[in-house]
Design a protein around this ligand. Sequence first.
Ligand code: FES
Length: 319
Amino acid sequence: MMSDRLIVQIQRRVHEAHAIVSLELVDPTGAELPPFEAGAHVEVEVEPGLTRHYSICNSPQERNRYVLGILREPSSKGGSATIHQLFHEGMRIKISPPRNQFRLNESAAHSLLVAGGIGITPLLAMAWRLHALGASFELHYCVRTRARAAFIEMLNQSPFADSVTLHCDEEGDSSRLDMQALLQNPRSDAHVYVCGPEGFINALTYRARDCAWNDANVHHEFFAATVSTSGSSFVVQATRSGLSVDVPADKSIAQALLDVGIDVPLSCEQGVCGTCVTRVIDGVPEHRDLFLTADERAANDRIMLCCSRASSGILILDI
Ligand code: FES
């Protein structure tokens, strides 16, 4: 549930590429929208009780609109499928204010932006921001086919078109991104940003490590992930709600808490966005998310309720 929502109007809906639409959101009264940073996202209320988060892809200098790019995911039954079917121009929708968990280091001497498919969206805002700063950057955009390359016309016409390279699988090896060549000379004053499907990010971050990039200079945001939320049963004690809740083998903690009326903020429901992070008071989490760093996982003081479980019989949570 979103407590601090904004009402916005869909000013424009554009078919950008195969299974991808963009929505331009504006304030219904024509007022400015809250500012956003490159890499930020908003949570969109698709229907009551169902939100999804989408990166803002236009220039952060624009105060009159947020542009979102939305892929209709093949397995989607609600979420992106509902947006594709029902969201139309003129419609008013609820969104959260922009939040940023994929920050740009604006003082880097050089930035490498690497997108896999719809992962282009936060990197577009970063490209606009770096261009506005006059900063050095290159954007590599990897797609399976040109028909799936959203925003390519805008990129070709952008003032930073010379910094953009499209890598298209269907066009053979000479077009595909050579990650080794891209990353082989790490610089301590350069930063890498990668967004896309899990396998794409894993491949790039693995290659960056192999090429001796400093982990702190390599940033990623998963576009989608596959997480299993099932496992052994356990009990959650929700201290603020004063309830003890059984979490059966086939339900997530979030679902078990929602079933007894405890409000759980959710967005991606894939362990990616961090919306459902909750403080652990006692017990041992079994982390299954892709949001926490290795150090944060080891601390065991926070847990993602949408996907993670417990390896202790009881988990005491601050909710
Ligand atoms: Fe996104 Fe849980 S809802 S990490």
